[in-house]
Structure formats: C-alpha cells, structure tokens
Ligand binder design. Sequence first.
Ligand code: GDP
Ligand code: MG
Length: 441
Amino acid sequence: TLSDRLSATFKNLRGKGRLSQQDIDDTLREIRRALLEADVSLQAVRPFVAAVRARAEGAEVSKALNPAQQIVKIVNEELVGILGGETRRLRFAKNPPTVIMLAGLQGAGKTTLAGKLARWLKTEGHTPILVAADLQRPNAVTQLQVVGERAGVPVFAPEPGNGVGDPVKVAKDSVDFAKTKMHDVVIVDTAGRLGIDAELMQQAADIRDAVRPDEILFVLDAMIGQNAVETALAFQDGVGFDGVVLTKLDGDARGGAALSVREVTGKPVMFASSGEKLEDFDVFHPERMAGRILDMGDMLSLIEQAEKAFDAREAEDMAIKLARNEFTLDDFLRQMEQLKKLGSMKKLMGMLPGMADVKQQLNEIDDKDVDRIAAIIKSMTPGERDDVKIINGSRRQRIAKGSGTTVQEVNNLIERFLEAKKMMSQMARGGMPGMPGLPGV
Ligand code: GDP
Ligand code: MG
C-alpha cells in the first residue's frame, strides 16, 4: 500500500529540515502511483500532482511534521479541496415539485438510488414520488414498485397492459400528478444500457426536455474504475448533469472515479451509495473519500496527532515564558505569523455575526507587514533580541539598513513589541483577554 511504501520513504526523510527537490520528487512518485492504483485517471492525476508539487515547493517547512508527512498533508488537503470544492446540497425548486432525474448506465444503481433518495428525502420532511420512466426492461417497473414500497413512497407508473409505454409521457404526466397531489419532489428513474449508446442518450435527453429537471444526477458505479471518465463525458455530452452519485462504495473500489469525474466534468459528487439496503446511503463526505483514495487513514491520523502535540508544546512553552515575563521578539514574530495564517480566514469571519471587530483587526495586518517585521527581527543580534532596551539610535539605523526598512519602521516595531509584552504579562497575571501583538490594540 501507499502507507507501506511511504513509510520506506519516510525513513530516508526523517530528521531532515527542508523539503528538498529530491524529497518532493520521491514522495510524489509514490503518490502518483497510488492514485493510479486507486483508479484515478491519468487525466486527473497529472494536474493534481502538479498542484501538489507547486504547493510543496512553496511550503514553509513545518516544525511539527517531517517533510514526507508534510507532503502527504498537502496531498490530502488538495484532494479534499477538489472533491469537496463544490459540495452542495440538492437545489429545490421555488415552485414545487422539484424534479430530480437520474441518469447512468444499466446496473449503475439508479433504481436502488431512487429508493434511497426518496427515503432520505422523506426523513427530511419531503413528500416525494418515484417515477418509472424506465420501460425498457420488462421488470423495471416492478423493481421500482418494490423499492417504493420499502421506502414507503408512492410510485407513478404507466397503466399496465398498454403494451410498451412512452417513458417521456410518463415522466411528463408524473409532474402534473405531483402538482395535484401535493408531492414536492419527483424522482425520475430512467433506463440505462450496458454501454453508451445514442438511442439511450436521446431518450434521456427527451425526458429531460419534457420535465425540465431541477437536478440531473449522474449515477456512477465506483467499480467501473478507469472507464468512469469515458462514461461521464458521454453523459455530460448527451444529457448533461448537475451532480454525481457514486454507488457500490461497499465494494473494494478505492473510489478514484470520484476524483476523475470531478476533474474532467467539473461536477461535484453529491451522494454516496454503499450497499443494497435503502439506508446504505449518505451525502458525500470529501474527507472520507480522500482517505479512501489515499488508503492511508493511519498516516493521516498520525499527522494530526503530531500537529496537535506540537501545538500543545508551543502553547505550554508560551505559558511558561509568560509566567516568567520572558516574552521575546521571537515569540512576537511567531504570534504575528499565526495571525497571518488567521488572515486567510478574514473573509469567513466577516460573514459571521459579531466577528466584524476581529476582522477589522486582522485587516490591519497584511502579509507584507509580517514579512517586514520578520526581516527587521532577523537583522537584530541575539543580544538585541534578548533585550530591546539596548537598541539605541545607531543600532536602529543598522537594523533598518540590514532589513531594507526605515528607522521609523524599526521604531514602530519596537514600540508594538513593548506594548504586546506589557499586555502579555497582564494576561499572565489573569488580566484582560485580547489578541496581543495586534496593531492598534
Ligand atoms: P440501475 O440499472 O441503474 O437501475 O441499477 P439497479 O438499481 O437496478 O442496481 C443494479 C444492481 O446493483 C442491483 O443488484 C442492486 O442491488 C445493486 N446495487 C445498487 N446500488 C448498490 C450499492 O451501493 N452497493 C451494492 N453492493 N450493490 C448495489
Ligand atoms: Mg433501473
């Protein structure tokens, strides 16, 4: 497995301080191989690995993780980001009924999914009906009726004994039926073929045009592996779809199809199906899928633990220093860097009520600001960092020159640091809460 192979790579990497080109190359080679083994298509692997490489090369070296762990963390984050980037819930129509149409190859799991979706919607307070627009196979209607009965949801089907019905008409009639009977969701099950074929696509497109679905869900058997891309593209072309449902995740498929389809169609995976029973169904969880594709849950939880342990140690160190009133410029810089990280949350915080103040404060630190502070502090001698009081006028000039800043900026920094230090010692004595180090506080 990837974990085993990476563990071997880890051995070589452990203890090194920097992400070298060689480290990155070695680790990415294994990641690439693992993704292909998980049935991610080459088309999807290439841009993915390139994105990971770009991030790994630009990454600051983590103090908590060894280089390979750091790359794995990036891989996982990218994977979750891509899989979940567009995760969204079903869109319900403003004027019910909401029409959901299922499309996909025969055997993909559409009819089973129809029942699962109906049952799930029912538990969410909806009043769905199932529509038998698969009139291709003789027992397809019966199958849907069985599913409907189990889900406790009515099934709209053509009158029996009229020969082969017209699926387009059935679908259209079902929407009128739903309107008069106050069903707020219509789930249209359609026919599939074993392979992609033009007639099938045309029928699906005709049903689509007749019912104007709010959501077309492309149902994809995770077991078809590398064929997922071709199939998805054919359905995107022939019918179009808004979201993907992966089925048969209870099998041993690693789920690379999720990444492939996301990459080539740009459409989100919305639901996951993992068994024949109605309850084997869930909204799609990007993190679980990322773990499954990488097949290294153990490694990921190790990484999490290492980071937690590191954070705890840092916090403890800081508390001890505070108690001794030993808050230094290095601590100050570290705080600024943490705030810089927080800065990326600015947008999010602005959306939360009551966070406007914090957002305002964060707005006042920008990344360049932190970089300049870092440059100034790095231009100081250890003695100066230990005791800023010794930094007189000529030292300030030297520091400004060395860091490519101005004496005014050096003055500002020292002032801010002394203020922060004062505030930190107040906090250590159980005083006011707040965010030390923030300008203007
Ligand atoms: P359709 O042709 O697309 O309507 O596919 P069906 O819903 O009839 O499913 C085809 C077969 O796959 C049936 O035997 C289902 O019981 C089975 N099936 C569907 N979904 C799943 C799943 O998530 N896991 C497993 N193991 N079997 C499934
Ligand atoms: Mg079916």
